[in-house]
Design a protein around this ligand. Sequence first.
Ligand code: FDA
Length: 309
Amino acid sequence: MLSSRAVLLAASRRPALRRALVGLPVTRRVVDRFVAGETLEDALTAVRRLAADGVAVTLDHLGEAVTDPATARRSRDACLAALEGLAPLRLGPAAELSVKLSAFGQALPGGEALSLELVRPVVAAATGLGTTVTLDMEQSATVDATLRTLAALRCDFPGTGAVLQAALFRTADDVAALAVPGARVRLVKGAYDEPPSVAHVDRDDVDAAYARCLGVLMRGGGYPMVGSHDPRMVALARRLAAEYGRAADSWEVQMLYGIRSAEQVRLAAAGVRVRAYVPYGADWYGYLVRRLAERPANLRFFLRSLVPG
Ligand code: FDA
């Protein structure tokens, strides 16, 4: 039987639903909870606010699955503009970028080379500002290409980070390969609907896999980025950091903008490095649907906002 998550993610790919949802005025309220705004200025306002609370950021200019090279080039330009906008804030590594290679044309014919060509100047500009770029991870079919792009970028820009999804069976090997000095890895549970041939489908199995991968990363020599709102995973990360004698600046917790915001500030005040993933831009649809699909409470929040009053 299909889960409600699978149904929602599948339905989200239907253009008619997309048009209906995007057109609803109430959708706006829900978008505002999860997205910092449509413009770079909106995003920079959120960055300043979070920085004042001791929370670092990774900015995400929303967009994915572009269908032509011109749009892919616009993704590069938007990222370069974001870095220009961040420069006067002088936040250094406390403000980095996250990018989805599908927004840089990865899925187009010859897209692996195109996305590398377009993302390279973004990573170079980030390095020039003393900060980094993290490659988000998308559907399982893109993992090999994304990891090849990561390897190519790390030859020149070793601080480039990647995301690994605990739900995928292959991730056990991928974390082991990247738990090495200099590697920055954000471990997440995985937001995409994957077939049982490649991924755990049961939530408990995903959680167990997350805990195992976290152990490998925290024990290893890299820089683990604990991408989760799950209090159990954050507590486990803190226990492992203590057990392996990790300095406070050798790992961090990452959470999404608008989710457990008070906890982000509380953890930062307690001496944990915390980074918020701050999405902004007009192309928020895919991002929003993944947030609704991953947690019944998020979907209820959306459905409640459809009821007037
Ligand atoms: P999960 O959703 O399983 O929730 C576990 C528990 O956390 C809940 O029971 C509750 O206690 C608590 N919790 C969760 N949400 C809460 C809320 N709104 N309020 C209060 N408590 C809450 N995915 C991907 O495939 N590729 C990627 O590149 C990324 N990138 C990324 C960056 C960052 C910084 C984060 C935090 C996440 C991602 N993700 C991602 C998404 C990720 O794969 C996953 O879908 C979500 O983080 C949800 O999983 P959690 O681990 O947060 O817990």
